[in-house]
Design a protein around this ligand. Sequence first.
Ligand SMILES: Nc1ncnc2c1ncn2[C@@H]1O[C@H](COP(=O)(O)OP(=O)(O)OP(=O)(O)O)[C@@H](O)[C@H]1O
Ligand SMILES: [Mg+2]
Length: 164
Amino acid sequence: MIRFESVTKRYPDGTTAVDDLSFEVAEGELVTLVGPSGCGKTTTMKMVNRLIDPTGGRILVEGEDIATADPVRLRRRIGYVIQQTGLFPHRTVLDNTATVPHLLGWARKKSRARAAELLGLVGLDPGLHGPRYPDQLSGGERQRVGVARALAADPPVLLMDEPF
Ligand SMILES: Nc1ncnc2c1ncn2[C@@H]1O[C@H](COP(=O)(O)OP(=O)(O)OP(=O)(O)O)[C@@H](O)[C@H]1O
Ligand SMILES: [Mg+2]
């Protein structure tokens, strides 16, 4: 499903964030990256959906070398829970959760029903929390919206950067 082959990321200032990393994640597998602050976890995850491009090595997703993949098409197959949530502040909680179904062109009613279902799944009340804006939630509630948003279109790959 995901394969890293000798992946390295060196930032322009000379920092080596990821050094010759190889691993494979099979379909259905749950993998956790554990390590001290600054060791390269976020950088590793962002390279999977091409928010960051490696300076060396190769990454395959579902057998495809992502260096030549269309980033937008790639990201639609990958749910991403961003460290510090990254919700859209000007959109309601329900609309935030429906982001990807909306981008995929689902009918509005179907996207909103799916978003409401997922808010329920993460323990939020779609009627109460759905119409609010992110700054009207607690920090933990916001994080749960981030998880619901990433799950919305049931993507084959889910990246979660300190979601809890
Ligand atoms: N744009 C950048 N330019 C230079 N160095 C960077 C840049 N972004 C991150 N780094 C450095 O790369 C290293 C890895 O950062 P990364 O964000 O991947 O760490 P992390 O393991 O996710 O840490 P944390 O647990 O604190 O979230 C750190 O030393 C960081 O300072
Ligand atoms: Mg991080």
